[in-house]
Design a protein around this ligand. Sequence first.
Ligand code: FE2
Length: 238
Amino acid sequence: MENRRPFKQFTPAEHRIWKMLWDRQIGNCRDRACKLWLDGLDKLDMTADRIPDFSVMNERFKELVGWELVSTDVIFSDGQTWFEHLARRQFLITEYIREEKDLLYTPLPDIWHDTFGHLPLMTDPRYADYIQHFAHVALRYTPEERKSLGSLWWYTIEFGFMVEDGDMKAFGAGLMSSPGEMEHAYSDAVNKTSFSLDAFEKISPSPHTMHNTLFILDSMEQLEGSAEAWAERHPQMA
Ligand SMILES: [Fe+2]
């Protein structure tokens, strides 16, 4: 059996940052998040007072969706490493947590973002399968060729909205984990428009500035078809 890096034991100061983030954001998410995320949060027994025990959560993911959580000390894994893990149904868990001065927003995906933002969604088998599928599509291309596939990820998985029972709900992990992004995304400063591959490819997203335009997916089916639809428009060069 493969030797796995043990999950980090977090310090009281790190648990305290988690709690500050939780207290600040849980109400926003209860009001605005899609049902998929809210149901996932319930399945994971996450609490306000501490960063979860990932060895317990790892077992839960194996049962729920057949995915593993894998510890890494890399703060920001490069795309290739990230996609190779996702393609094997392995979700990398960084050990880094933002500092108190970056509570509202950090461009680096930290353990708060990965855990609170992504993991509730990853408890859904259809969603988890799509993430693996996305990685398989990504790995057919070189990093240069798949740049705008990264934008697809950005505008759906990270910052997308989805229509649910006629309402627009927050769907992206980056919205869930960032009080600043969530508030900004719902303000009039951001144009919310129906998702289309045509539209998002014209925009260059930046992790360092807030968005002007965000996209609304009409359904899970639209999300599931989007990576393959992107691939059809981007024939491989080799
Ligand atoms: Fe993310």
